[in-house]
Design a protein around this ligand. Structure first.
Ligand code: NAD
Length: 435
């Protein structure tokens, strides 16, 4: 395992460089910091002593009487945040003690988060969102499909492999409040030809992660699950209770990991959010992230490659489905909406100490032909397409009900309209290829 320094010049505006106003009995002993040059100056309420949890219980209004502390340049971590008011309102000050912002999440404190697979397509967007919310991020990745270009210079990067227990154990030994597990192989078709590859990386790799996490008492986890756990839909939109009968081995690996997490919850106190993404698409609308996936197989990147002249045409698998134009209907969810859901889910489980499993989609199905026509309109390019036969195991229609995600987290997609999905992807391709 190697800890590397970061590569990419990028500035994110987050809590760093601010002082954090906080208060509470025992704050000094509970606060831990990383790499802080100055000793922390944490304000505690006068006269308050003893057990913070007992004293604060049922007295949320006391939270307003905190005094500012001057912590410059680094995030603040609270080892046992439940000792502080989960619903408190904390105030951020800049270094001149001028109030600049307020935050209200996870008791007002930032978490130290290990993002495994954080150099990948979805992982890098999750990292960006975590940073925007002020969390302190370390990325762990073997760059098998992840990109150095997706790393942020502000973050520590651990080049390691989840298949090597020393690597993942060494990473967790550095001390984290939470982790997000995105590292996996994801090609459903390939998983049917090489199941052993998926058994090893997706199942054995995740078991290594789970075991290292519980060993080092890091018990808040967000897991990249998939709509592939459901298989052929029996009704639409698919809600969380829909029967799970994966039709490919990749979906089976995700379902098994969901079950392992449930056991680790019961036996080890792991709290997890299993997020079942539908069709992830789009790129960072701010244009900061534009590291293109290598050998993409999904519709949007394939269309963009055709628009850029990197491939001659696209293949559309089947135009005789019982849908409005004969092509498959899918539920495309913007990667930035997914990223927001990860951070919300993480803060939720850390706060509530309760595991959740959520479908993440829009509920709106779009046909392949509708996507193609929108891509031609937005890019102004011809994008040649040919209709070929159906692919085995492709259901005619897949759409998600995300009512539970909305109810539980208050999450709603904001970037998942067709124009933003395609526009942000086109922007990334143009930037990457200098068009
Ligand atoms: N992209 C989608 O539409 C989609 C849909 C549902 C679920 N998912 C899941 O989301 C997760 C992220 O997907 P993505 O689209 O960002 O894929 P990705 O390939 O871009 O990201 C996966 C990351 O994990 C890393 N990784 C893989 N094996 C590793 C190992 N052994 N050790 C360390 N790092 C390793 C890769 O280098 C890469 O950075 C995956 O678990 C995938 O199954 C993706």
């Amino acid at each position: 395992m190697e800890v590397l320094k970061k590569h990419r010049p990028y500035k994110v505006s987050n809590g760093e460089g601010f002082a954090l106003a906080l208060g509470g009995v025992g704050a000094e002993r509970a606060v831990r910091s990383t790499g802080r040059r100055q000793a922390p100056d944490i304000a505690t309420r006068s006269g308050a002593e003893g057990n913070a949890q007992q004293r604060f219980k049922g007295t949320p209004s006391n939270a307003s009487r905190v005094r500012p502390a001057t912590l410059r340049g680094h995030a603040v971590f609270i080892k046992n945040p439940q000792f502080f008011l989960a619903k408190s309102r904390f105030i951020l000050y800049d270094s001149g003690n001028i109030r600049v912002d307020t935050c209200r999440f996870y008791g007002g404190f930032y978490m130290k988060v290990l993002v495994i697979g954080g150099a990948g397509y979805i992982g890098s967007h999750v990292v960006k969102e975590l940073m925007a919310k002020g969390h302190k991020v370390t990325v762990f990745d073997n760059l098998s499909s992840g990109l150095v270009q997706n790393l942020f210079p502000e973050n520590e990067f651990i080049a390691g492999n989840i298949l090597y227990t020393d690597d993942i154990d060494g990473a967790f030994a550095r001390g984290f409040d939470a982790f997000i597990d995105l590292a996996a192989f994801k090609a459903a078709g390939e998983s049917m030809i090489k199941p052993e590859k998926y058994s090893i990386n997706n199942i054995s790799g995740t078991m290594n992660i789970l075991n290292a996490a519980v060993k080092h008492n890091c018990l808040n986890m967000v897991f990249s699950s998939s709509a592939a756990v459901f298989g052929e839909p029996q009704y639409l939109p698919l809600d969380e209770n829909h029967p799970k009968n994966p039709t490919n081995y990749y979906g089976f690996t995700k379902l098994k990991i969901e079950e392992f997490m449930q056991w680790y919850d019961q036996l080890k106190g792991l709290k997890f959010a299993a997020l079942r993404y539908f069709n992830a698409a789009g790129y960072d609308p701010e244009g900061v992230l534009y590291g293109l996936e290598r050998n993409p197989a999904n519709l949007l990147p394939v269309m963009m490659e055709a628009a850029c002249g990197k491939r001659e045409k696209i293949s559309i698998f089947g135009n005789d489905y019982p849908t409005r134009d004969g092509t498959c209907i899918r539920d495309y969810i913007h990667v930035s909406d997914l990223a927001v859901a990860h951070v919300m889910a993480l803060e939720y489980i850390a706060d509530k100490k309760e595991s959740i499993t959520l479908n993440l989609g829009t509920g709106n199905g779009i046909t392949v032909t509708e996507m193609l026509e929108a891509a031609r309109r937005i890019t102004g390019k011809e994008i040649k397409a040919e209709y070929v036969g159906r692919r085995a195991g492709d259901p005619a229609q897949l759409t998600a009900s995300s009512a539970l995600a909305k109810k539980t987290l208050g999450w709603e997609p904001k970037f998942s309209d067709v124009d933003t999905l395609i526009g942000s992807t086109w922007q990334a391709y143009r930037k990457y290829f200098g068009l």
